[in-house]
Ligand binder design. Sequence first.
Ligand code: NAI
Length: 257
Amino acid sequence: MTSLSGKRIIVTGGSSGIGRACAERFGSEGARVAVNYYSPGEAGDAAAVVEAITKAGGSGMAVQGDVSSESDVIALVGSVVKAWGGVDVLLNNAGIEKQIPTLEMSLEDWHRVIETNLTGTFLCTREAGKVMQEQKAGVIINMSSVHEFIPWPGFAHYTSSKGGMKLFMGTVARELAPSGIRVVNVAPGAIVTPINTFVLDDPEAKHAVESEIPLGRMGRPEEIAATVAFLASDEASYITGTTVVVDGGMSLYPKFV
Ligand code: NAI
């Protein structure tokens, strides 16, 4: 029996990539996992994640919703409270990126990324946080990025959203600590998921990324999930208000002389 057994967990953007790996890892530890997915087209993937969770010994449900929509987020958290009576862990994982030089970026491009990554994190934190405050316990984990602190040309909206998540996390950690709620960011480096298709499909680009990583390879979603499971558990009971970087050493800037 692990410390996550029976925990009531929400994973946003849980039907693919890192979110999926985290949801399945939680399931393997016997947790109850609400797998949020964005579009009806992802319903099948979300159902497959719930099936994997159930096979692994946990239980789960798939909940459609856009994290940038206030009404969807209220409904998401409400459905979990209705089903399971509370929320123990929130994983703000949903995120998008789109490469475009800043001077060519439309306001719509800017808004879409900020609203998904940063506003979505705020809305889910606010709604799940209210439930956790009543419980006087809870853990909120945000999937930020090494681009929380590494500038990235072509991704000003993305870096702004992830940088914003850093001070959001610290601020909320201070606000919620008296209620027994921990708030932590996880900052992955380059991980093999669909968000990186543009790199994975181009051997030269993939090699260029790998040469920036001291461990010499991109990470696996399961390696992020292992860190997230630890942070969600009572093993991490004294960790709040900080970012845990999981990047194979990428942020050591190996090419800097
Ligand atoms: P992914 O594209 O496989 O997963 C992102 C998920 O978010 C998808 O399931 C997508 O449907 C969902 N999503 C998008 N907009 C949504 C919305 N409005 N509402 C609800 N769900 C929405 O990509 P990946 O890599 O698994 O990304 C997960 C998180 O990890 C993101 O926040 C990303 O920024 C972050 N990250 C990923 C890295 C990587 O190298 N793969 C590196 C650093 C951070």
